[in-house]
Design a protein around this ligand. Structure first.
Ligand SMILES: [Zn+2]
Length: 275
């Protein structure tokens, strides 16, 4: 087993990651990572897919059907399984994550920093402004990592979604935001690997040229998944570009498998890496 960091880059398109994120593609080329194309569930909206990524369930089963479904998650999730088995959890994420896994409605002041050993997210640092700087968010995530060494850490930057809604997924502004984010990741990932973490980088959905998502085409439905393994991990965790299209429902079982935790029967997809 290993500790796991999931970097959920909001609105990261698969093709833009492949063309613009040179560090992640270098790790893939050098076979220090395994790369997949994830086919996102529908609808390609944030709050429903935050829940899908963490529960391995389609929207019709977990019931978070739109961005306006504001309630706690009621399904088994990466957070709930981790806590049941005494694993520690943390997140630097958008406030909708606080609403899904800690409490709702989100309180801008009281819920900004939450440290509660009984919570599903034991150390939470949350933000509400969609233009909250990615660089600051990653720094908060890195601090949670070094201070608490959580078994599972979620880092969830929103900058790409915000820029995509302003300029579209085919814009230089969107691509440049992905490039900046890749450089932040280049500085974040090596220290995480040195601490024994496996780092996953993926998106919830993509972004189209109409500055929107929620459709069914590859620009909003295809997102990348990079799994970057620490040096001591089995070789099959460093496959390079697998060329495989995989279901988004496989992410939660994969994370639980990496954490050495049981996969609930409701999660029907097998982990992507067996080793
Ligand atoms: Zn969006």
């Amino acid at each position: 087993m290993s500790k796991v960091i999931l970097v959920l880059v909001d609105a990261l398109r698969d093709d833009v990651a492949a063309h613009s994120m040179g560090y992640l593609e270098h790790l893939t080329e050098a076979k220090r990572a395994s790369r997949f194309t994830v086919v996102a569930e529908l609808p390609t909206l944030s709050r429903p897919l935050y829940e899908t990524v963490h529960t391995g369930l389609p929207v019709s089963e977990h019931g978070i059907v739109s961005n306006y479904t504001v309630r706690r998650s009621s399904a088994a999730s990466i957070f709930s399984v981790a806590r049941e088995h005494g694993h520690t959890t943390a997140a630097a994420a958008y406030c909708w994550y606080a609403e899904l896994y800690v409490r709702h409605p989100y309180d801008l002041v009281a819920d900004r920093e939450m440290d509660d050993p009984a919570a599903l997210i034991q150390h939470g640092r949350f933000y509400e402004a969609a233009d909250y700087p990615d660089k600051e968010l990653y720094a908060t995530g890195a601090l949670l990592m070094t201070r608490h060494l959580p078994d599972y850490l979620l880092i969830h930057p929103m900058g790409l979604d915000t820029v995509g809604h302003l300029y579209g997924g085919d814009s230089p502004q969107y691509r440049n935001t992905a490039i900046v984010q890749d450089q932040i990741l280049a500085n974040f990932i090596p220290p995480a690997l040195a601490l024994g973490y496996t780092v996953l980088v993926t998106g919830d959905h993509g972004m189209n040229s109409d500055k929107q998502h929620n459709g069914t085409l590859p620009d909003v439905r295809h997102v990348p998944l990079y799994i970057i393994a620490p040096p001591a991990a089995p070789a099959d965790r460093r496959q390079g570009n697998t060329g495989r299209q995989v279901s988004q429902l496989a992410i939660a079982p994969t994370v639980l498998h990496l954490l050495g935790l049981p996969v609930p029967s409701a999660m029907r997809h097998a982990p992507l890496l067996e080793g």
